[in-house]
Design a protein around this ligand. Structure first.
Ligand code: SF4
Ligand code: SF4
Length: 269
C-alpha cells in the first residue's frame, strides 16, 4: 500500500469530526521525505513547479486574468485549447474552463446554459430563442483566489497557493478526498477519473513560467481573455483593470478572486 492509498483509506475510515487532524498527523509523519524535495520552487510543493525554468523567481510575479464579456462570442475555442493543452478528459462536464450563455428573456427572466459540454456542436439551450431579447457569454475558470477555501480544507496540503498568485494541485499528494471540490464556491474543480485526483485550471502554469500565455488566452479570436502580471505596470492586465470597471464573481465571499471581469452583468452568479 503506498502513501496515497493509505491516506485515502484513512479519509474513508475515520469519523468526519476527527479526520482532518488524524490525516494531518499521518500526512506530516509520512510526507517528511516528500517535503524535503519541495524546496526547489520557493518552498512550494513539488510538481508542477519543478518544471520552472532557471532564473524564474515567483516572487517577482503575481498573475491574474481579465475577461471582457462584450468580446466573448461563445465559440468555445478556449475550452478546446485548454482540454488539449492540459490533458483534460474529453467527456462532457470535465472542464478547467467553460463558457456560460446568459439569454435574457422578454419577460426579464435570465436562463443560464453551459455551452461547453459538446464543443464543436450546436450549443444546448433551455431557452426558447424566439423569446430571447439579449444574450451574452461568460467564460469561467478557477479564480485563483487570494483567500482560497479549497486550500484551507485540503487535509494533506496537496492544494496550495504559489508565490506568483496561482492555486495549484500537487497530484502526487492529492488523495482524492474531494473536500476541495465541495469547498470551492465557484464550481471550478472536478474529479479527474484518469488520475484519481482533484483537477482544475492552473493558469497553464507550465506555460506562464516560461513567458507564454495560457492556451485559452492564446487561441481566443476576439481577445476576450487577457492574461498578465499584476506586478508589472506594463502588463496588459494592469491596463485592462485601469481602463474598465472591474467586477469579480461572488465578491461577498471575500475570496479575492484574481479573475477580473469587465461588463459583468448583475445576473451572473
Ligand atoms: Fe480554489 Fe475555487 Fe478559488 Fe479556484 S475558484 S482558488 S478552486 S476556491
Ligand atoms: Fe469567448 Fe474567446 Fe472563449 Fe471564444 S475563445 S468562447 S470568444 S473567451
Amino acid at each position: 500500500m503506498n502513501k496515497r492509498q493509505f491516506l485515502k483509506g484513512a479519509i474513508l475510515f475515520f469519523p468526519a469530526g476527527g479526520v482532518l487532524s488524524a490525516v494531518a498527523r499521518m500526512s506530516a509523519a509520512q510526507d517528511s521525505a516528500a517535503k524535503d524535495t519541495a524546496g526547489a520552487a520557493g518552498g512550494a510543493a513539488a510538481a508542477p513547479e519543478s518544471n520552472m525554468p532557471a532564473g524564474y523567481n515567483p516572487a517577482d510575479h503575481s498573475y491574474g486574468m481579465g475577461i471582457e464579456i462584450d468580446k466573448c462570442i461563445g465559440c468555445n475555442r478556449c475550452v478546446e485549447a485548454c482540454k488539449a493543452e492540459n490533458n483534460v478528459p474529453p467527456e462532457p462536464f470535465f472542464f478547467r474552463t467553460w463558457v456560460e450563455r446568459y439569454p435574457i428573456m422578454g419577460n426579464g427572466e435570465t436562463v443560464v446554459d453551459c455551452i461547453s459540454t459538446h464543443p464543436g456542436k450546436p450549443s444546448p439551450t433551455t431557452a426558447d430563442d424566439r423569446e430571447v431579447v439579449r444574450t451574452f457569454f461568460v467564460p469561467k475558470l478557477c479564480n485563483h483566489c487570494a483567500h482560497p477555501p479549497c486550500v484551507q480544507v485540503c487535509p494533506v496540503g496537496a492544494t496550495f497557493s504559489t508565490e506568483d498568485g496561482a492555486v495549484l494541485v500537487d497530484s502526487k499528494r492529492c488523495i482524492g478526498c474531494r473536500y476541495c471540490i465541495q469547498a470551492c464556491p465557484y464550481g471550478a474543480r472536478f474529479f479527474n477519473h484518469n488520475t484519481n485526483t482533484a483537477d482544475k485550471c492552473t493558469f497553464c502554469y507550465q506555460r506562464v513560467v516560461k513567458g507564454l500565455l495560457p492556451a485559452c488566452v492564446e487561441v481566443c479570436p476576439t481577445g476576450a481573455r487577457i492574461f498578465g502580471d499584476l506586478k508589472s505596470k506594463a502588463s496588459r492586465l494592469v491596463r485592462f483593470q485601469r481602463m474598465n470597471k472591474i467586477n469579480v464573481l461572488k465578491p461577498q465571499l471575500n475570496t479575492e478572486p484574481k479573475v477580473y471581469y469587465a461588463q459583468l452583468d448583475g445576473e451572473v452568479r
